[in-house]
Design a binder for this molecule. Structure first.
Ligand SMILES: CC(C)(COP(=O)(O)OP(=O)(O)OC[C@H]1O[C@@H](n2cnc3c(N)ncnc32)[C@H](O)[C@@H]1OP(=O)(O)O)[C@@H](O)C(=O)NCCC(=O)NCCS
Length: 151
């Protein structure tokens, strides 16, 4: 099992993975257009060429980035891969000089295990909402904002 940067060839499988969880209401769906545009944000969990997990780090502002589209195939959940994907994104954030990483999630307890804390969504910059207002679930998505400060 390998965690690596996504390539253009992974995109259809990434969409299948992300949208299979979106269908169950666990995260937001992604169009192919969004995935191609954000390709450089993505890490994938690769098993011999098969996409079995996804995670994106998207830079929002000078000191702020977001962890997005985190998935681990159901057959592999509970084995530490979700943690590894997020930690690799945090390492990348550190390399970029980013000091705060947030997520909007239905799984705040998972992020709490990775030293994220819950914050009021209003503490996030308005720029984040510019994306949210295009979402079909806005403003009642029920996602919780969590953040981790990096040292
Ligand atoms: C959430 C998800 C990514 C977790 O991945 P995972 O590989 O199963 O998680 P890990 O095995 O790395 O777990 C890391 C820690 O979080 C805990 N954890 C995992 N899922 C959890 C959950 N749903 N609620 C609370 N804690 C959770 C684990 O017990 C573990 O704790 P520990 O290290 O202290 O023992 C995975 O369940 C998933 O893909 N879910 C569907 C999509 C989704 O909800 N994505 C998140 C949207 S932001």
């Amino acid at each position: 099992m390998l965690i690596r940067k996504a390539t253009i060839h992974d995109v259809p499988a990434m969409q299948k993975m992300v949208n299979s969880f979106a269908d169950k209401g666990e995260l937001l769906p992604r169009s192919l257009n969004q995935l191609y545009e954000d390709l450089r944000d993505f890490l994938i969990l690769d098993d011999d060429g098969q996409v079995l997990g996804t995670c994106a780090l998207h830079v929002n502002w000078g000191d702020l980035a977001e962890v997005k589209a985190l998935t681990v195939d159901e057959s592999l959940q509970g084995q530490g891969y979700g943690r590894k994907l997020v930690e690799q994104c945090l390492d990348e954030a550190r390399l970029l000089g980013i000091t705060r990483v947030f997520a909007l999630t239905y799984k705040p307890d998972f992020f709490a295990r990775l030293q994220f804390r819950v914050i009021d969504k209003a503490e996030l910059p308005q720029k984040v909402w510019n994306e949210c207002i295009h979402c079909v679930k806005f403003p009642d998505c029920g996602e919780v904002a969590v953040i981790r400060e990096l040292v």
